[in-house]
Design a protein around this ligand. Structure first.
Ligand code: BDR
Ligand code: CA
Length: 323
């Protein structure tokens, strides 16, 4: 199985992605790291811990990382600026999409086991250093932890077997007209990560907006016992209330599905640069497929085989439910 570290901000679609990774015999989760994003770091970490115990992989370490972005003063509320409490909060969260606690209507028991000590960036560095070329890093939240890791130890770029993200878009955004949430939440970190010298496998909204959890998919989840009724269905139904009318896009699951079966996603080489200064376009992933003689820094997803994607996801979930 391909060994992976999942850097995440659960998050409804993060939960769907973690469940997929856990259930797939093609992947072995060697660590989960958390970042503030969809909701604050305390909640994303608590959710990762809950998922770990609910799904039953308590031996896999969960390590918390950055609460907020690398540089930016993200605290939009002027009256909240410069207070310690505000600095601990997630700046641009997506609690409107993921629910106050991050997992929509899912009610997983509180976790018993604590996170591992230390910072996510150090976990990433140490784990990749111990097995150069073997471990894939996949980031499905804002890129702060990954940026810190590559700034502190640039060799992680060579040690990673592959680095893949769910983030960005070359057509339209979801946080703003130009920017996707994970990039918009911390554009400077994204710029560091795209400029680090590796080739970033970039699955963005252009791909993930094709994979919608429409009604018949939710019906199949409903028949999956507690996995369906306590986790999957309340997650997707909550997500569905606030996103697309045909059903929500399960973004983060697309990045994990790609790692399980790369043939699901079509990738094209491109130069991706992150807008960090734009007045209307901050966090935009400016994607040049023309290359103009420049070496690509990314393989960018352009399409996904939707029927095969859902077949993979649902059969994997059914296996988890039947265990
Ligand atoms: C991304 O933003 C988050 O809200 C989701 O969890 C996903 O990682 C989609 O734009
Ligand atoms: Ca996410």
């Amino acid at each position: 199985a391909r060994k992976i570290i999942i850097d995440c901000d659960p998050g409804i679609d993060d939960a769907l992605a973690i469940t997929l990774a856990h259930g797939s015999p093609a992947l072995e989760i060697v660590g989960i790291t958390t970042v503030g994003g969809n909701v604050n770091l305390a909640y994303t970490t608590a959710n990762a811990l809950r998922l770990r115990e609910f799904l039953g992989f308590p031996e896999v370490p969960v390590t918390a990382g950055s609460a907020g972005p690398l540089l930016r003063d993200p605290w939009n509320e002027p009256d909240a600026r410069d207070t310690l409490a505000a600095r601990r909060r997630t700046p641009k969260d997506a609690a409107n999409v993921h629910g106050e606690f991050g997992l929509g209507g899912a009610r997983l028991p509180e976790a018993v086991l604590p996170p591992r000590d230390g910072h996510a960036a150090d976990f990433i560095i140490d784990t990749l250093r111990a097995a150069p070329g073997e471990i894939t890093l996949v980031a499905i939240g804002p890129l702060t932890n990954v940026a810190l890791a590559v700034l502190k130890e640039p060799r992680v770029v060579d040690w990673a077997r592959e680095f893949a993200i769910l983030g960005g878009s070359y057509t339209r955004g979801n946080y703003s007209p130009a920017a996707e949430f994970n990039i918009a939440a911390d554009p400077e970190s994204a710029a560091v990560v795209f400029g680090a010298g590796w080739t970033v496998t970039t699955i963005g909204l252009d791909v993930s907006r094709q994979a919608l959890a429409v009604g018949r998919i939710v019906d199949r989840m409903r028949a999956m016992g507690r996995l369906g009724t306590d986790l999957l269905v309340p997650c997707v139904e909550f997500y569905g209330m606030v996103t697309a009318d045909e059903g929500p896009a399960v973004h983060d699951a697309c990045a994990l599905a790609y790692l399980i079966d790369p043939s699901l996603v079509t990738l094209e080489p491109a130069v991706v640069q992150v807008e960090t200064a734009g007045r209307y376009t901050s966090g935009m992933t400016v994607t040049d497929f023309g290359l103009a003689g420049r070496a690509p820094n990314a393989m960018v997803g352009t399409s996904i085989d939707v029927p095969r994607f859902w077949d993979l996801v649902l059969t994997t979930y059914e296996n988890v439910a039947g265990r």
